[in-house]
Design a binder for this molecule. Structure first.
Ligand SMILES: C[S@@+](CC[C@H](N)C(=O)[O-])C[C@H]1O[C@@H](n2cnc3c(N)ncnc32)[C@H](O)[C@@H]1O
Length: 213
């Protein structure tokens, strides 16, 4: 068990908390997935967790966001591949695959069992604020991502109730995690009860392989 990374120097900052909680379960050489690449802050954090022998796949519907992620990761020394949505299946080489497609296509394009998955929802600051993650596709992606997670792996989701459409999505995500079977998943929620519009964090850990049928 790794020591707690302890980088969250401000209680209200959910992104450092999410990285700390994922770092605890990721080992070098692992596979990790970012459902919303944006400018690549989270993709980079995942790549640092899995290391040069590991593998990260990141989704985004905005090509421009993926270009920014590509630049950030390449500057950090990662091998980055841009993958067109019509090109899967993905390779299983170490490095980072950037997918220009909706995260609701998760099961179609992801092979392998990640130990860490992150979704930082909402809109990309400084870009089109109308282009937000939407409840229906978000829940679709979360369901598939949770199904594909390795036993002992974690799924972290940061929600933003403050923008138009954000409160509805945050409520849907809350319902999604609230009804997960506790014998299969442990779920942690971090929120600021005295700031209702502030971002919140959910982290689910898969305890056992779920058998169906
Ligand atoms: C809050 S930003 C992500 C921030 C990012 N993780 C970072 O480190 O900079 C949300 C991102 O989700 C993307 N997005 C919105 N809908 C999506 C979808 N259906 N599938 C994949 N990405 C989506 C947006 O284009 C935007 O870049």
């Amino acid at each position: 068990m790794k020591p707690f990374a302890g980088t969250s120097n401000n209680l209200s900052r959910m992104i450092p908390w999410s990285h700390d909680l994922l770092t605890e379960v990721v080992s070098p050489g692992d596979f990790a997935v970012d459902l919303t690449a944006g400018r690549g802050q989270d993709t980079l954090a995942l790549w640092r967790m899995v290391g040069e022998q590991g593998r990260v796949v990141a989704f985004d519907v905005q090509q421009d966001a993926l270009r920014q992620t590509q630049q950030r990761l390449q500057e950090a020394g990662a091998a980055v591949r841009m993958v067109d949505q019509d090109q899967p299946p993905l390779t299983v080489q170490p490095g980072v695959d950037l997918l220009n497609c909706c995260h609701s296509r998760y099961a179609e394009v992801i092979a392998g069992t990640p130990t860490a998955i992150i979704a930082n929802l909402g809109y990309l600051p400084g870009s089109d604020q109308q282009l937000i993650t939407e409840s229906e596709t978000t829940l679709d992606a979360l369901r598939q991502a949770l199904g594909g997670l390795a036993v002992g792996g974690r799924l972290a989701v940061v929600v933003y109730p403050g923008h138009a459409g954000g409160a509805e999505e945050a409520t849907s995500v809350d319902c999604f995690f609230s009804i997960l079977d506790s014998s299969n998943y442990s779920v942690l929620q971090l929120q600021l009860p005295n700031r209702t519009q502030a971002p919140g964090l959910y982290v689910a850990e898969k305890r056992t392989e779920i058998r169906r049928g």
